[in-house]
Write a protein that binds this ligand. Structure first.
Ligand SMILES: [Zn+2]
Length: 667
């Protein structure tokens, strides 16, 4: 391909990708599949690799990358970036409207939802995104261009039109969708990082990262609300200008309305009061602006905010309830965390009965005593938080809370490492830690053991039947059925669930082991590099750190895990039990032994009995340790024992090792 052809195709690809990007990230109406989109992208990357001098900063391939920053450069805003006056009262809005009309006569207003995000200013030159900055002190902010380039709803190049010439300055909010917020907090909990209190904090924290590749992993989004009037722009209406942004491909806050008077504005506010909880992003109010650009100019601004705009904020939904107790939960990594047990109360759409309290100093700061009446609120409309106590309502029966010095479950002394906020139980045999590890291992994203719920796990540990994850695989029918509340049916269901858990994909078993800092994503990254547990266990620190998504801390943690003899013993036992520790696709092997049950007796020549058992399981068969009428085959090796005799009496079919091998081959 010559360069001329390449230029043409690259242009075409970029235009297509920009179009589909806009359909997907701005309009949420994709018209092609992800695979088709990826194919366009791959072709563009291929061409740009062939002709690197054709790469331009607005190419869709250039969203992520660039060097790690040492810090942010300060930039001066073209025009001051003001903050809005906030109010919680409708009377204040009437007063605002009165002042506006007194100065410039009757005015129409543009109203939009107020998104709980972080304000940024974007600069486009001839339609190309050239710079993005935080508000800072209003005069100067941080240049966060590299981080904003990773936000897929910010177009790197505008569609052709009246706004794609000259300089365009657009202000708006970068925010984190609720779903992404929940995902990141889950992941952070998994990796033992402090969770974000609300989506706004999460967004601000992300934009401050110096590595844009890390920012790209948080799926931030952007919506515009305040363009500066571009030079030569004809219409006097802000509403029209916002509509023009939309045409240029810039997302604006949806549900915008032009209201002829204040009465209509108040209607809008009431309409959204409860509706806002259904939005995929956190909405904390409504922003009101004078529509006429000349009237805005005439009204001007005070020392800190414009006179033509005001933000009405909804009261955060709060409730008072009783703090019934402060309990301690011991996580699978041993951290001991206080949890508020509340008299159930309904807030922002759900019933709240528990709330995390982080640590002892937070409990002091909020002045909480057990038995107190407390004020509860949902941070960012999502996470329940105990804000403070109401000491006026105390009757003297309230009790102060003291963080214990010893593990509430096993009684060993808690330790606190430097720079760690949590107290930890470091007793490897602590039943609390074992229970959490078991429920993590049995959970849906891990080994997914049907029938093994929280209650049963507590029973198994308390009865002493399970002292390690591997003990699950030694549980017998007799042991289980003897447990309280376990019938024959639930026992069989559980045994089937335990059997099934051996065949989960390697990455899920790895995740289930609960290696510190290795979440589901980390486990996937490891599995894409190492085909089985032996390869992974042999990897040194350098090899581990090289893997995308595995940092030095995680690499060290993985190494530490495999250097601990207790963990090696665990893996060996799981391996022997037939748990899958490799990426070899189980599906690829035909289920030729499906439904057949095998018992082995005597020594085999060609493979160990464990291995033989695994081969049966891979083909959908079952392996049992004792012969019964339900046994289909007894495989008799050298010096078979009593099982051989039992099989003969019961009339069960007995086969030799050679016959067994032929069965495996499907003959
Ligand atoms: Zn303990």
């Amino acid at each position: 391909m010559d360069k001329k052809e390449a230029i043409r195709e690259i242009e075409e690809l970029r235009e297509k990708i920009n179009y589909h990007n806009h359909r997907y990230y701005v309009l949420a109406q994709p018209v092609i599949s992800d695979a088709e989109y990826d194919a366009l992208m791959r072709r563009l990357i291929e061409l740009e690799e062939q002709f690197p001098d054709l790469i331009t900063p607005d190419s869709p391939t250039q969203r992520v990358g660039g060097a790690l920053l040492k810090g942010f450069v300060q930039v001066r805003h073209e025009e001051r970036m003001m903050s809005l006056d906030n109010t919680y009262s409708e009377d204040d809005l009437r007063e605002f409207d009165r002042r506006v009309r007194q100065a410039v006569g009757d005015q129409a207003y543009v109203v939009q939802q107020k998104i709980d995000g972080v304000a940024v200013s974007l600069r486009y030159e001839d339609g190309i995104f050239t710079r993005g900055a935080t508000r800072g002190d209003g005069q100067t902010g941080d240049d966060i261009t590299a981080n904003l380039r990773t936000v897929k709803s910010i177009p790197l190049r505008l569609f052709e039109g009246p706004l794609s010439k000259g300089v365009l300055i657009v202000r708006g909010e970068v925010y984190m969708p609720k779903e992404e917020f929940a995902r990141i907090n889950n992941e952070r909990e998994e990796e033992e990082l402090e969770v974000f209190a609300n989506p706004r904090n999460a967004t601000a924290g992300s934009l401050k990262l110096l590595d844009s590749r890390e920012v790209a992993k948080r799926k931030l989004a952007f919506m515009a609300h305040s363009p500066l009037r571009p030079e030569g722009w004809q219409s006097d209406s802000l509403y029209d200008l916002l509509e023009a942004l939309k045409q240029a491909g810039i997302p604006i806050i949806p549900n915008m309305r032009r209201c002829d008077d204040l009465r209509k504005v108040l209607e809008y506010i009431h309409d959204w009061e409860n509706e806002r909880f259904g939005a995929p992003y956190a909405v904390d109010g409504v922003v009101i602006k004078v529509d006429s650009l000349p009237a805005q100019a005439e009204l001007g601004h005070t020392a800190k905010s414009p006179r033509w705009s005001v933000a009405y904020k909804y009261q955060p939904e709060q409730a008072t309830t009783r703090l019934l107790d402060i309990q301690l939960s011991v996580s699978r990594t041993g951290s001991v965390n206080p949890v508020a047990i509340l008299d159930p109360v309904f807030i922002s759409g759900t019933t709240v009965s528990r709330a995390g309290l982080f640590n002892e100093s937070e409990i002091r700061r909020r002045n909480l005593r057990i038995g107190d009446w407390v004020l509860v609120e949902k941070g960012g409309e999502i996470i329940p938080q105990v804000i403070k106590s109401i000491p006026e309502r105390r009757d003297g029966s309230e009790r102060e809370f003291h963080m214990p010095t010893h593990c509430p479950v096993c009684g060993s002394k808690l330790v606190k490492y430097p720079r760690d906020v949590a107290y930890r139980c470091i007793n490897a045999d602590c039943p609390a830690i074992l229970k959490s590890s078991l429920s993590h291992y049995a959970s849906r994203g891990a080994a997914d053991i049907d029938g093994m719920g929280e209650k049963l796990i507590i029973q198994l540990v308390d009865e002493g039947l399970v002292k390690s994850i591997a003990d699950i695989y030694d549980l017998t029918r007799e042991e289980l059925i003897a447990l309280e509340r376990m019938g024959a049916k639930s026992t069989d269901y559980l045994l089937k669930g335990i059997e099934g858990s051996k065949h989960r994909p390697f990455e899920r078993i790895l995740f289930g082991l609960g290696i510190r800092f290795v979440g589901a994503t980390g486990a996937r990254a490891l599995v894409s590099r190492f085909k089985d547990i032996d390869e992974l266990m042999d990897a040194d620190l350098d090899e581990l750190s090289e893997i995308e998504g595995i940092g030095p801390v995680t690499a060290q943690s993985i190494r530490d895990f495999f250097d601990n003899p207790r963990n090696l013993e665990l893996i060996e036992r799981l391996h022997k039990a037939g748990v899958n520790f490799s990426t070899e696709k189980i599906d690829e092997i035909n289920q030729t032994l499906s439904g057949l049950s095998f018992v082995f007796t005597g020594g085999l020549e060609k493979m160990s009995r464990e291995k033989a058992g695994q081969e049966v399981l891979k083909r959908g068969g079952k392996v049992s340790s004792s012969v019964s009428k339900k046994t289909d085959y007894v495989v008799a090796g050298a010096d078979p024992g009593s099982k051989f005799e039992k099989a003969s009496t019961l009339g069960v079919k007995i086969i030799s090792e050679q016959e067994f091998l032929r069965l495996l081959e499907g003959k």
